[in-house]
Design a protein around this ligand. Sequence first.
Ligand code: UT7
Length: 330
Amino acid sequence: MKLAWPVEIAGTGASVPDKVLTNEDLAKRIDTSDEWIVQRTGIRERRIAEPGQSTLTFCTAASRQALERAGMTPEEIDLIIVATITPEHTLPATACELQAALGCRWVPAFDTLSACSGYVWAMITAAQYINSGMANTALVVGGETLTTITDWDDRSTCILFGDGAGAAILRRSTDGQSGMLAARMGADGARGLHIYIPAGGSKEPACLRTVNEKLHYMRMQGREVYKFAVSTMRSILSETADDAGVSLDDVALVVPHQSNARIIESATQKAGVPPERVLMNIDRYGNTSAASVGIGLHEAYEEGRIKGGDLVMLVAFGAGLTWGSLLLRI
Ligand code: UT7
């Protein structure tokens, strides 16, 4: 959908745990190898939370950095949206806990559960509040502690995930040129069980049996998700550029969800985007679900890969199944 929303990114932040878990470390615990993991996923290591660290730890640190980069105080934030599948608690929303941790005013604060699409969906949602006049500023955070829902005996999933958070401050555009040009969002609930957690919800409440049977860990049909991911990412890249009336050649950087290097390479290659215009950091962080696009966007700013006036495309897909894209002029 074509948009003309005068909403800009005022600052970004990211936070990941210090503790590194390498492929070699994993190979000591399960039947896998560095070679297999690198070849099939592009992941070399990931960051994992240590005791005492949780989703709020990373969300708070990333938000503070985003506020600092924006030159803003917590009191200036009008809205907080946290995208996460690993909330601090099941109740209340992590966004409310973040509001208190940062010392924000009593502004609306809520979570979205759209998995790896979460950061992109939260950006689009927050921007609508600003575009409609309901807010002047918003804090958007994607934060996860995926290692808490990882089955460390399942070699087909435990090699993939890492922890961390990415944050952005949105505000009404101040320069008259930056804004949100196009976005796409979608979901196919019929394929919901391709990635899911069997227990811990109302259908299968937590009990001794569900814990013993490891039903609180993420389960994934990897090959099905892989096929969906490549075709969806490829098509929404082109469709979103078309919506805005620009060519993908004009996009300075694509910041994709870091799910698997092969998925990203295949989708962007098919869409005609050369690798030097695609952000890739999965080798260092693995898949951090809702955090990954936010961490990538922050790195792009910090490393000077994008500058004022550039077109930047965010694109993601994940459990739901869900997908989303957002084309920005920064
Ligand atoms: O964030 C959004 C959601 N997630 C994704 O985007 C993930 C999408 N899927 C994928 O990235 C890939 O499907 C995986 C990386 C999860 C798996 O890669 P694959 O190339 O699809 O492997 P596979 O599941 O088809 O398994 C191939 C073989 C199997 O052995 P057999 O049956 O051929 O003998 C697996 O048992 O590789 C084996 N295998 C492993 N071998 C060594 C699976 N995991 C491992 C492992 N180490 N860690």
